[in-house]
Design a protein around this ligand. Sequence first.
Ligand SMILES: Nc1ncnc2c1ncn2[C@@H]1O[C@H](COP(=O)(O)OP(=O)(O)OP(=O)(O)O)[C@@H](O)[C@H]1O
Ligand SMILES: [Mg+2]
Length: 449
Amino acid sequence: MKMKLLIIEDEKITRISLSNTLAAEGFEVFSAGDGEEGLAIFSREMPDIVITDLRLPKISGMEILERVITLKADCRVILITAYATVETAVRALKTGAYDYLTKPFSPEELLSILRKIKQFNIVLEENKELKKRINLLENRTIIGNSPAMKKLSELISQIAQNDSTVLIEGESGTGKELVARALHQHGPRRNEPFIVVSCSSIPDTLLESELFGHEKGAFTGAVNRHTGYFERANKGTLFIDDIDDIPLLMQVKLLRVIQERELTRVGGSDNVKIDVRIIAATKVNLKKKVELREFRDDLYYRLNIIPVRIPPLRERKDDLPILIKHFFGKYGSEKKFELLNEEILKRMIEYNWPGNVRELENIVQRIIALSFLGTPDFTLIEFPGQSVRYSPAPDSEVNYPPFEEYILQKEKEIIDWALKKSEDNISRAAKLLGIPRTTLTSKLNKFLC
Ligand SMILES: Nc1ncnc2c1ncn2[C@@H]1O[C@H](COP(=O)(O)OP(=O)(O)OP(=O)(O)O)[C@@H](O)[C@H]1O
Ligand SMILES: [Mg+2]
């Protein structure tokens, strides 16, 4: 689509010659001989670019600039001035002009500014498109219409705005990280970093230097200075996951940093000021850990300023339909939602979801992968604890089914495992099983018969 450009210039010859040059360059050109006419055209056409003389009858170029920017913030305004004084130019740029030209100027000078605008707009459009795609892929909306989730969403919007420490409690897979990200995204620190540190994935011996950083030579192997998670999150949010896993000794150090809002790197002596919002998450009831003296009460109270509890999925089964639909959409198969039959929906509702929303997401992904081979056979979807079909009896009285059937069942199990492991990528699953892809596909087809 052509970019719209408005020229406001009282000198007829300049106006006409500019109009012709720019029309030839591929712009849709409008022109006006004074500011009043210029603004009238502007309101009607909402052009992308305005080129205006600074000294005009009736309304000055500066006033036009101000009005244009208020009406359309992303409009690019180029000012033309015959008597460039540095002050006017600076004032114009400060007000929001894109650039300015001093008379006399060559058409090439103007064209080079316009080409830059064109290129910038292309990049801007691409950027918008990419952001849209990232959003779709990272779909971070908290879904749920159960009373508990509605309340949670309300709470999030209330507490995102302030800087208080939040303690999120929820079983594995309930969406603790999702909630933490939502708090960051809706709060004033949204344009600063959101850093995640999982205490359970860092060995106890490294926890201190990972959290607070270390100086060069602090210990054997500390070849360079290392910036810790706290410093990396500066100005933003630090999400401390699995806080229930941190050892007692580290709890003391963490408490000090949270209280003082400053830290000392391992092997260092300087106090480094930090400005971070802390969101911690626990998968167990931390209060109980405090009672058992496995977690320091002073740290607990420091963290538990605003408690947020995410109920397990089995306590809010009303959320199942909307979540299932959401995950079908997230993996690009909205229409396949209709493939779900009564039987599988019933099983999904009866199931108690020990792995919560994460488990549900995995199962939907599995259903989608299976549906690439035709109408999915839902018996292939395992619900641990629910499918009791060929599980061996606990004692010696094992009652095996006929051999062929048994082997087929075992094959299903191992293929299911490989698909899960490879995130439903058939080629990778085949590789994992050490069989050609075609063999795996034919086996999957066999199951569907
Ligand atoms: N209410 C929800 N709406 C949409 N997606 C959700 C919801 N809850 C969880 N999810 C999705 O489920 C997956 C697991 O969520 P998340 O990682 O936030 O859980 P968690 O509680 O941090 O789990 P873990 O304890 O295993 O780390 C993610 O892909 C997340 O997007
Ligand atoms: Mg998590």
